[in-house]
Design a protein around this ligand. Structure first.
Ligand SMILES: [Zn+2]
Length: 152
């Protein structure tokens, strides 16, 4: 089923072009960026909750037919951290253009399309902080965390 979804995405939305257009800031790479991006998308399409859940499926014979079956959770995590945001935005723009061209984003009569915002807290810790950390007081102890909001 997931294979069919990926084929459909490639045919309708130029999935292959979307993922190969994404770059990262690694100087040397054993795993192509596109494989990592495909793995992340497969995780979302399969509605898996984590990269580790995705990695656990790598041994399944049905999963081996998927393009990015052999990328480890650690590798995905490292590469996603250094993805080039401008190439990601370019791929998102291409996706948006394809969806508009395919009439998958039809605006109502007033011409406005709703934008849904989805907020996530990626992690929290009491032990470490970086320059991008937010902090909050939890029972007198400072907790550090990251939050992101994504339009969908
Ligand atoms: Zn941080």
């Amino acid at each position: 089923m997931l294979e069919r979804l990926l084929r459909y995405a490639d045919k309708q939305l130029h999935f292959g072009e979307l993922v190969t257009g994404v770059r990262d800031r690694r100087h040397w790479s054993h795993v192509p960026t596109a494989e990592v991006v495909k793995a992340v998308l497969e995780m979302f399409f399969a509605r898996l909750g984590s990269l580790n859940a995705l990695e656990k499926l790598n041994h399944l014979s049905s999963w081996k037919n998927l393009p990015a079956h052999s990328v480890s959770a650690d590798t995905i995590g490292r590469v996603v951290e250094v993805l080039d945001s401008s190439s990601l935005r370019a791929s998102q723009k291409l996706l948006y253009s394809c969806m508009k061209k395919n009439k998958q984003l039809v605006a109502p009569l007033h011409g406005l399309i709703a934008l849904a915002l989805d907020g996530h807290e990626s992690h929290c810790t009491y032990n470490q902080r970086c320059v991008g950390c937010l902090d909050r007081d939890i029972d007198g102890k400072i907790q550090y965390y990251h939050r992101n909001v994504t339009p969908s």
